[in-house]
Ligand binder design. Structure first.
Ligand SMILES: Cc1cc2nc3c(=O)[nH]c(=O)nc-3n(C[C@H](O)[C@H](O)[C@H](O)COP(=O)(O)OP(=O)(O)OC[C@H]3O[C@@H](n4cnc5c(N)ncnc54)[C@H](O)[C@@H]3O)c2cc1C
Length: 533
């Protein structure tokens, strides 16, 4: 018998076969097939969630789907209401394995088109209130993990009006639209299913947003010594004209701080931007883009070479002790006490070298002013290549009232070089969310986003575990970003801990059971991380 999926194209990615449905009917046919074959179902967006994406790709008995062909955008230019299919990317995804993603078919471009120089050739269009640090993600993927940009004033999900979900009910495939309730009733299932649902409620096939008029941003990036920052009282309550960090996060439209806490650095790089009117003099507005990675002579090729070199240098030095140890073993007799000392010294030197490389290549190093169109300016990390300079994260969201106390704590915590590591930590904020499993549920949050260079040979979990354990022990009960490294589900910050952090956890799980009675969307990853059965 021919399977329902026989006419649906497939694509191998990392050795895994992905179905590429071309219509919602195809999605339904795939769900029926998965149900018959007793498979779990996973949708891949742009695959930017680590370790979720690679771990899901290796799970057995799972049907893998990409919605790359479901990328249509329908914009009402008068009202700014846009309906977008969930496989559409926010911006260009340069690493899209299907190669379907382009700037022109991305959501942001279609809301507010720009020419190749990043300038408008027509009056400003529409915008989303906020974007993350990159725009490679798909609509479905960004929303599923509750992703967010760096603002306590504006949130991406504030624009969300509804989502259409395809799922498998008791007997057959069904479709359901979750609409934002006119009354804002917090018990409405919209708040469980439409955002931060981890794909557990079914496949989101489209979303509708109320956009806002397009805007520009004007901002700066400045580097300060950790002990002498004139812009923000980093560790204190604020005084005179200098706001505390919490006050700064509350009053600034968009911001993020990149902290290099190592004893040799102790620097804070502060990126901040304010919204600016896009309609006034739009014909003459010339963007001055933010520059993250050094771009000699304005050349993209040279910028890529620099990033490639950074990765290669890092890998070489990362493996250096192994080779040096081999040589020393040959020279010194085994057990010679000076050998261990020598290696310790070399490792210290190595850490210093690795840090220099990361810092040199990640930070432009010079203060700068910039102005840009919203969707080119807000995603300030788009310039970092996922391929040449891959970074992994664990990101811990903490009620914003605790910002000052967290900063005091981290300052002490980082005095231990093992905690300070060799990379930076990103500090930013998000606006309180009504969505039940958003890590910002019910409170503005201060976010501690711990970076890990993915070409580092060690296991990031060993490093992250220091943060996962130390923060709650000091009274900071974080909620982790769903799309980044999560604590061991069986450890002290595992399933029981997570349940306690989310007042609507049980409501979410009840809705999940209604939407997925056969546990089709309970992939091994989410089964393990959330204790689902
Ligand atoms: C370099 C980098 C920068 C980042 N910057 C930020 C940032 O500034 N702010 C922030 O909050 N996060 C950030 N992230 C995290 C990122 O936004 C999330 O990991 C996001 O989920 C990635 O989207 P994606 O399209 O790649 O989804 P994927 O990683 O492919 O999928 C994520 C989850 O969504 C599910 N899913 C995808 N599509 C659908 C669908 N249509 N229906 C149902 N479920 C679906 C998947 O099954 C999976 O469980 C960053 C990540 C990287 C690598």
């Amino acid at each position: 018998m021919q399977t329902a999926s026989a006419n649906i194209p497939t694509l191998p990615v990392n050795g895994v076969t992905f179905y590429l449905p071309q219509s919602i009917d195809d999605v339904k046919a795939l769900l029926r097939q998965a149900r018959q074959a007793n498979q779990s179902v996973s949708v891949r967006g742009s695959g930017h969630s680590f370790p979720l994406t690679p771990q899901t790709e290796t799970s057995a008995n799972t049907m893998h789907i990409m919605l790359s062909h479901l990328n249509a955008v329908s914009l009402d230019k008068t009202t700014g209401i846009v309906t977008v299919q969930a496989g559409c990317h926010l911006g260009l995804d340069p690493f899209d394995p299907t190669k379907i993603s382009t700037t022109e078919n991305s959501l942001c471009y279609q809301l507010d088109p720009l020419d190749a120089q990043g300038r408008r050739t027509q009056p400003p269009g529409w915008a989303l209130p906020d974007l993350g640090g990159i725009t490679h993600q798909t609509i479905g993927g960004f929303m599923a993990t509750g992703s967010s940009g760096g603002s306590t004033k504006f949130a991406f999900e504030d624009a969300l009006l509804s989502v259409r979900v395809v799922y498998h009910g008791e007997t057959d495939v069904e479709e359901r639209v979750f609409e934002r309730p006119a009354t804002n009733d917090p018990n409405d299932p919209f708040y469980g299913a439409a955002f931060a649902s981890m794909g557990l409620m079914g496949i989101v096939v489209e979303a509708t947003y109320q956009c806002i008029p397009a805007f520009n941003i004007v901002g700066s990036e400045q580097t300060f010594s950790q002990s002498d920052c004139s812009m923000v009282d980093l560790f204190g309550p604020g005084s005179g004209d200098t706001p505390s960090l919490q006050q700064f996060l509350n009053k600034t439209d968009y911001t993020r701080l990149m902290w290099w806490p190592q004893a040799s650095e102790q620097e804070m790089v502060i990126w901040q931007a304010a919204r600016a009117d896009a309609f006034k003099d739009w014909q003459t507005f010339v963007p001055k883009p933010y520059l993250e990675v050094p771009k000699p002579f304005g050349s993209q090729t040279l910028q890529d070479v620099i990033e490639w070199l950074a990765g290669k240098l890092f890998e070489t030095i990362d493996r250096l002790p192994f080779f040096i140890e081999l040589i020393i073993k040959r020279i010194f007799p085994k057990g010679n006490p000076t050998r261990e000392e020598l290696i310790r010294e070399l490792e210290k030197m190595q850490d210093g070298m690795l840090l220099r490389i990361l810092k040199f290549f990640v930070s432009q190093g010079e203060d700068q002013q910039f102005q840009d169109i919203w969707w080119n300016g807000l995603p300030m990390d788009n310039q970092m290549s996922d391929d040449l300079f891959p970074v992994w994260f664990t990101e811990l969201w903490i009620p914003i009232e605790q910002t000052e106390a967290v900063m005091q704590f981290l300052k002490k915590f980082y005095q231990n070089p093992e905690n300070a590591g060799i990379f930076s930590v990103e500090l930013y904020a998000a606006k309180a969310s009504e969505f039940w499993l958003s890590p910002a549920y019910g409170t503005d949050v201060f976010r501690v986003d711990v970076f890990w260079f993915a070409k580092n040979e060690e296991n990031p979990v060993d490093y992250y575990d220091r943060f996962w354990r130390a923060l709650p022990a000091a009274g900071f009960y974080f909620r982790p970003h769903w799309g980044k490294y999560l604590p061991d589900p069986n450890g002290p910050q595992g399933i029981t801990y997570l349940q306690a952090q989310y007042p609507r956890w049980n409501d979410f799980m009840t809705l999940r059971q209604q939407m997925d009675p056969h546990n089709l969307f309970v992939t091994p990853y989410w089964q393990k991380q959330l204790g689902l059965s």
